[in-house]
Design a binder for this molecule. Structure first.
Ligand SMILES: Cc1ncc(COP(=O)(O)O)c(C=O)c1O
Length: 395
């Protein structure tokens, strides 16, 4: 599908649709009318085939208790075989209503109160919230920023694991917000440390379908030498923009850990799963390739556009290389903006602030690229104009 056809067919005006990203701006930022490029959902509708399947199901009018569709896993495996080829096995799959919920559940099931859980900062803030809310000990191993981009600090990672007796590590792969797609070597190194130290790795791979041209996604599943200490979470929700259809995957290869989780679930999470979510995902996995290819074209072109505009007009802005995800991580620190949230709001933009991801990233913003090129042009115009108006002494 041509990119322009995709945009004309699928882009939507979302004001007045109870959208968190659009209608929730006033509550979140204290000001209405900001152009929202914050929370990670997209301004594009799901593939027509999915809309049709959901319409048919809604018209049938029955939403009683349901079984997982027989072809569900095969449809996902088909998607995998056509994309990255990760070998997910049907018996590993446990459903969840979301990846964040899955992380909360896995922390609770596989660690005890006060146990140490490690993350690599800056990172998606619900990781911190999950660890803190579950009253575990948050351990942070910062990523290192080098001339070549963000790297894992393996020495610090290992030292923290040993010193704090870490029990569980939440890997973000690809990494939100820094946009890294971890290489096989990096994953092998980090998984080997966890294996040696008997740390359970929960790999959040929700962004794994968004991989920049020329980059290769490798799942932790394809690298780990021993699958006993690995759980992978992923979902159709980012890929196809269906977060509130409440359907996510927890892949638990270890039979023993599956049994532990099943037993824990029996006591702690008596939830049904989303039949609409499963239907939508299954249809999307079977028929969404063309839609997804066009979507990715929009995203990478938006990224390139912003990178070019910033290079020419905001030369002091540092844009992290977008290897994966649809979230651009931009350091405005060289402009020495005293109060970044106030500044962004005066510029008319609702972005994710770096401080949400790590205190030391307070001069960063995260821009959601999954919108139309017109809106991305407006983002650039507003940011460039606001920065160019800064008093020169501040620069
Ligand atoms: C790394 C990561 N994990 C999980 C989520 C959210 O997943 P869910 O909506 O399934 O809870 C996001 C959303 O942005 C994310 O970036």
């Amino acid at each position: 599908m041509e990119k322009q056809v995709f945009i004309e067919t699928y882009s939507r005006e979302r004001w007045g649709t109870d959208s968190l990203k659009w209608d929730g701006v006033k509550e979140r930022y204290g000001k209405a009318g900001l152009l929202p490029v914050w929370v990670a959902d997209m301004d594009f509708a799901v593939p027509e085939s999915v809309q049709e399947a959901l319409t048919k199901r809604v018209q049938a009018g029955i939403f009683g208790y349901s079984l997982v569709p027989a072809d569900y896993v095969a449809s996902y495996q088909g998607w995998q075989n056509r994309h990255f080829g990760t070998q997910f096995q049907a018996e590993w799959l446990v459903f969840s209503t979301g990846v964040v919920q899955a992380l909360y559940d896995l922390i609770e099931c596989f660690t005890n109160l006060g146990d140490s859980v490690l993350v690599q900062s800056p990172v998606y803030y619900p990781f911190y919230e999950g660890i803190n809310n579950k009253k575990r000990n948050l351990v942070v191993s910062p990523l290192q920023k080098t001339a070549g981009g963000y790297q894992m600090d393996l020495a610090n990672f290992k030292a923290q694991i040993i010193e704090k007796k870490v029990k569980l590590f939440i890997l973000c792969s690809p990494h939100n917000p820094v946009g890294r797609v971890w290489t096989e070597e990096e994953l092998a190194a980090v998984l080997a440390i966890c294996q040696q130290q008997d740390v359970l790795v929960v790999s959040d791979e929700i962004h794994s379908d968004f991989i920049a041209p020329g980059k290769q996604f490798v799942s932790a599943l394809s690298v780990a030498e021993n699958l006993e200490n690995l759980i992978v979470c992923n979902a159709p929700s980012k890929t196809f923009n269906m977060a509130t259809l409440l359907n996510a995957h927890i892949w638990i290869p270890s039979e023993k850990r599956r049994a532990t989780f099943a037993q824990w679930s029996q006591q702690q999470r008596a939830t049904e799963y989303s039949s609409l979510g499963q239907l939508a995902a299954m249809v999307a996995y079977c028929t969404g390739d063309e839609w997804f290819a066009a979507l990715k074209q929009v995203i990478w072109d938006n990224a390139n556009y912003l990178e070019e505009r910033f290079k020419e007009e905001l030369p002091l802005a540092e844009v992290a290389e977008l290897q994966g995800t649809y979230l651009l991580w931009v350091n405005l620190g060289n402009y020495q903006i005293a109060d970044l949230p106030h500044f962004m709001e005066s510029a008319g933009l609702a972005v994710d602030y770096g401080s949400w991801f790590a205190p030391e990233s307070e001069q960063y913003i995260r821009i959601n690229l999954a919108t139309t090129p017109e809106r991305i042009i407006q983002v650039a115009d507003r940011l460039v104009e606001a920065i160019q108006k800064l008093p020169k002494a501040g620069i």
